[in-house]
Write a protein of this length. Structure first.
Length: 512
């Protein structure tokens, strides 16, 4: 069973002014609807305030509908071990979240104090700092260097354990420049803290992996997850901008893995994470979803079993119940309806019933012919193969002459097709036989010519040749010139070997 019903991924932004497009906020959303995954149109709100209003509304609607939500953000949920203790006096991620939420200023128009706050935190780190660095070009922020500090982070690690294993993620201390996530984190954690402390949504929210012990407890209906969209490869036809494409790839992949019962594995602790490191991750550092499970994140999902009806008896019962409910058979003689039902079943077209015509005496004629040991003459191998031998009396002959070596010369001599010429080899078998024509209109035309010229009369004709040239005309001529021979056919262009042999199978089965 899937862990979630709805998946959101957010590409966050630390812009200081409202903006849309490249390098701004993008929100992707996917949800299940009627057994399929639906990717909603991605949103591109101009401000963090507008983005959180939209996300909050989505969460409230999902909870009202009883849905479970996975919500991912592409900023860091924690800092390297030791920073939280130095800043708050407790090695607890909750303390740091509360601290940042109480001191960040992030106005509805995107103006913020993030650089001033980072400089203040540098001072509060005491001998462990400075750690934060980077500020806008041309500005000066006391306590905040424009470039990486000269020291090599001797007291605090520069990167969390997750970054050290990600192969590309930037350190959280970096506030500006390519790949920087520090500013997004200072502005993002307070927004998540507001969700956690919301009186209605808060009790439903778990922050992964802190509250959930990785994947040990995913019981709460909303799970906040730290994501790194660059872990996922993008297809060559991915939409622009890249930010949008990445979050859309995230929600699609999370949903695929969830449908394959693999998302819990993705959210579990890497098996090689040492116990001391695991404790640090769960206390204050956090983790990036997919780190340690990169092969699973990037590989095609395992195929999920397809749900379909497998019991043969149930399939037959449902098929014929559908035909009975949808096909209009009242215009046919009752004796022909079993054959018509089988013909419809062979092609899957209930409207075929309107084109089926025949003689009510056909079932009795077929039964009598089979009892008398009459042969079954087939115009092609497909018709021959479609006849179910176990429904026939023992030793019933089924004859196909189309591939007889004499046929090509006969066709040349008669100036006709091989299908038509092959019927000349039926002459000594025709009397009292059952004729099946399911392929070639020329075969039916030639049969009618032979009968018109005094050829022996078969006991029954089942003819449904198919095609665009001659098919409709040959079957209309059969109706006109049957000469009292019991028959069944399908008017118009439709027909085929399967329909023809299905009609005989129905009549032979009834004969048993």
């Amino acid at each position: 069973m899937a862990l979630f019903d709805r998946y959101l991924a957010v590409d966050w932004s630390a812009r200081n002014v409202p903006a849309t497009g490249k390098d701004t906020i993008w929100i992707a959303e996917a949800h299940r609807q009627g057994g399929r995954l639906v990717l909603s149109a991605s949103a591109n709100p101009a401000t963090r305030h507008a983005a959180m209003a939209e996300i909050t509304a989505t969460l409230r609607a999902a909870r009202a509908a009883g849905e479970r939500v996975m919500l991912g953000f592409d900023f860091v949920f924690g800092y390297p071990t030791g920073a939280t203790q130095a800043l708050t006096g407790a090695a607890d991620w909750r303390a740091l979240w509360a601290l940042l939420a109480s001191r960040i200023e992030d106005a509805p128009d995107n103006r913020s104090n993030r650089f001033a706050l980072a400089a203040a935190l540098n001072g509060e780190l005491g001998p462990l700092g400075p750690a934060f660095w980077g500020h806008p070009h041309g500005q000066s922020v006391p306590g905040l260097a424009p470039t990486r500090p000269a020291h090599d982070y001797p007291h605090l690690r520069e990167r969390r354990l997750a970054e050290s294993r990600s192969g590309g993620a930037q350190p959280v201390w970096k506030l500006t420049g390519a790949g920087a996530v520090g500013s997004q984190t200072l502005l993002g954690i307070p927004r998540l803290q507001a969700l956690r402390t919301d009186p209605t949504l808060g009790p439903d929210i778990a922050v992964w992996p802190f509250d959930t012990a990785f994947a040990a407890d995913l019981s709460r209906p909303i799970t906040l997850v730290e994501i790194y969209p660059s872990l996922l490869p993008l297809s060559p036809d991915a939409p622009n901008p890249r930010d949008r494409a990445q979050v859309e790839a995230c929600v699609t992949r999370f949903a695929e893995l969830d449908a394959a019962d693999q998302l819990q594995t993705l959210l579990s602790a890497p098996p090689d994470l040492a116990s001391a490191d695991l404790a640090a991750v769960l206390a204050e550092e956090g983790w990036i979803a997919g780190i340690g499970h990169e092969a699973l994140l990037r590989a095609p999902p395992a195929a999920t079993p397809i749900a379909y009806l497998r019991d043969p008896a149930a399939i037959y019962a449902q098929s014929f119940a559908t035909i009975a409910a949808e096909a209009e058979l009242s215009q046919l003689p009752p004796a022909l309806r079993p054959a018509a039902i089988r013909m419809i079943h062979a092609c899957g077209m209930v409207d075929l019933a309107a084109d089926i015509v025949g003689d009510a005496s056909l079932p009795a004629a077929v039964r009598a012919a089979l009892t008398a040991g009459a042969p079954i003459l087939c115009d092609c191998e497909m018709v021959h193969s479609g006849v179910i031998a176990r429904l026939l009396p023992a030793h019933t002959e089924r004859l196909v002459t189309l591939n007889d070596p004499r046929v090509p010369d006969l066709a040349k001599a008669l100036g006709t097709t091989r299908s038509a010429a092959a019927l000349e080899l039926w002459r000594d078998k025709l009397a009292g036989a059952i004729v099946l024509i399911g392929n070639a209109p020329t075969a039916l035309f030639h049969l009618l010519d032979m009968l018109g010229q005094g050829a022996p009369r078969p006991a029954a004709i089942i003819a449904a040749p198919v095609g665009f040239v001659g098919a409709a005309e040959s079957k209309a001529l059969l109706v006109e010139r049957a000469q009292g021979i019991p028959f069944i056919t399908v008017l118009g262009r439709r027909g085929g070997s399967a329909i023809t042999s299905a009609a005989l199978n129905a009549l032979a089965g009834a004969a048993q």
